[in-house]
Design a binder for this molecule. Structure first.
Ligand SMILES: Cc1ncc(COP(=O)(O)O)c(C=O)c1O
Length: 388
């Protein structure tokens, strides 16, 4: 009855668990949720002010499909300042969140049978987008032994003549792994001389901890700049998940033009108000707000990692970035769905089962929530694990 395309898609497991937790909460149950991928902070004032000004000045009409010129200039300025990358406006497109940027990209680039390399654990959406486009996800598994990062040898072995794209996420959702400059250089060497393109999802760029330095994949070399499509946005770093702003930049102007064509026949421009509001999110105006949030995330990370690693039977690597812990519970129970369901039903703690990210025996714990809830939630996890 429905198209074969839609039958290939699965529902987002992260959203399913969040919905179940909300339902239990609505029934009056005491639920602590660590499942959602969004900051608990409010959107910075400068962004709200820019949005209000946009409304009051009547900036409420259709705009250019790929974004208003001043927003594109702010994106270009950001990519130059933060990442040392140079783009012109026809190499940039603004979308309804980074998610739409990725959707546009896979629809435009992937044909039936094309292979897309996805390191696992992966963000739930990648394999689904590839399947929807008719492509075949080729998963490279990783674990704690490499800090959840793929090695050059793994990449070399995964490439075939059908490989079209590699999707890299740095920092990673769900593991928080951040590729160093040297690690990216080693992967870049493997790609030299191939036609493989790279989608570098850098959504969590601003959220890195300790002395870890973020490196943008396209900045590694001229060769990498030519083959890399950079995806970014403000949802996570500027607490703007609901505003729906994301963007993509690529050296290949024809590729950007094709995505613009697709967007012009689907959603058109993102809402005009968000476009004005995003500018102070990119030009340095809210740097202090971002730093305030980053520091708090770092404190929470340290406390949560310490508490979790004190529990017998589970372990977690301290993530270098993003706001998730990818916790290994395989010594207690292998089935991550069963673990997450039981934990929610018995202790009112919502986490996301690792199976959704392609890794059994783990759960993802978001620390984008207040410290008191984190401490209470981990206490409950400890009680739960003690019964096993
Ligand atoms: C790695 C990664 N990329 C992209 C997104 C989507 O972000 P947006 O809200 O901009 O669509 C998310 C959100 O969870 C994410 O974790």
């Amino acid at each position: 009855m429905f198209s074969r395309r839609i039958e290939r898609l699965s529902e987002s497991l992260t959203m399913a668990i969040t919905a179940l937790a909300k339902e239990l909460k609505a029934q009056g149950k005491d639920v602590l949720s660590f499942s959602a991928g969004e900051p608990d902070f409010d959107t910075p004032e400068a962004i709200k002010k820019a949005a209000i000004e946009a409304i009051e000045s009547g900036f409420t009409k259709y705009t250019a499909v790929d974004g208003i010129p001043e927003l594109k200039e702010a994106i270009i300025g950001k990519l130059k300042r933060d990442n040392g990358l140079e783009y012109t406006p026809d190499q940039v497109i603004v979308s309804n969140g980074a998610k739409q940027s990725l959707f546009n990209l896979t629809q435009v680039l992937i044909d039936e049978g094309d292979e897309v390399i996805i390191p696992s654990p992966y963000w739930v959406t990648y394999p689904e987008l590839v399947k929807y486009a008719g492509g075949r996800p080729v998963i490279i598994p990783t674990d704690e032994s490499t800090g959840f990062k793929i090695t050059p040898a793994q990449l070399r072995n995964a490439i075939t003549e059908k490989t079209k794209l590699l999707i890299l996420t740095t920092p990673s959702n769900p593991t928080g792994a951040v590729y160093s400059k040297e690690e990216l250089e080693a992967l870049a060497k493997v790609l030299e001389g191939t036609d493989v393109m790279v989608a570098s999802d850098e959504m969590y760029e601003k959220l890195v901890y300790g002395d870890v330095r973020f490196t943008s994949t396209a900045s590694i070399s001229e060769d990498m700049c030519q083959r890399t499509i950079t995806i970014n946005g403000l949802s996570k770093s500027a607490a703007m998940t609901g505003w729906r702003f994301g963007y993509l930049a690529a050296a290949d102007r024809e590729l950007v033009k094709a995505m613009k064509k697709l967007q012009s026949q689907s959603t058109s421009n993102i809402n005009s108000i968000t476009q004005k509001a995003a500018i102070p999110g990119l030009d340095g105006t809210i740097d202090a707000d971002i730093e305030m949030m980053r520091r708090q995330f770092e404190q929470r990370r340290d406390r949560a990692v310490e508490m979790l690693n004190a529990i017998d039977g589970i372990s977690v690597l301290s993530p270098d970035g993003a706001f998730y812990l990818f916790v290994n519970h395989s010594a207690v129970m292998r089935d991550s769905m069963q673990f997450a369901k039981e934990l929610l039903e018995k202790k009112g703690v919502a986490v996301v089962p690792g199976v959704g990210f392609g890794a059994e025996g783990y759960f993802r714990f978001s620390f984008a929530t207040d410290l008191a809830s984190i401490e209470e939630g981990i206490k409950r996890i400890e009680e739960f694990v003690a019964t096993k």
